[in-house]
Design a protein around this ligand. Structure first.
Ligand SMILES: [Zn+2]
Length: 116
């Protein structure tokens, strides 16, 4: 389950931020994840809860928002969002199926932290 290692890296980042700002409590963490990063929100939440249990991060609210996939066609440069969650999809403009550039959808980052 790769969500557990994602949760681990997020917690390390959060701890860094808290130390930097001298904060003691994490209230909310908002995470944006691209559809191609294949994060299962429930699994990430479970991992986060399990790993923060009995730590000062316990009880924080985890908000997740998915970023849709946007591809740019190799042949005609049109940008489009494929229906599935794959980067292999025919371009609605010219039908080209392979070699599209991924404009967005691979992101995984913390959008904001609410600390106290
Ligand atoms: Zn095209």
């Amino acid at each position: 389950m790769h969500e557990l290692s994602i949760a681990q890296s997020l917690i390390a980042l959060i701890e860094d931020e808290m130390a930097k700002h001298g904060k003691k409590t994490l209230l909310t963490v908002k995470i944006k994840h691209g559809r191609l990063s294949a994060v299962v929100p429930e699994a990430l939440e479970m991992g986060f809860t399990a790993l923060t249990m009995d730590t000062r991060l316990a009880g924080a609210r985890l908000e997740l928002e998915e970023i849709p996939v946007v591809l740019r066609c190799r042949a005609c440069s049109r940008e489009f969002t494929p229906e599935g969650s794959s980067a292999f999809a025919p371009c609605p403009g010219c039908g080209e199926e392979l070699g599209h550039a991924v404009v967005s959808g691979r992101e995984l980052y913390i959008e904001y932290l609410e600390l106290e």
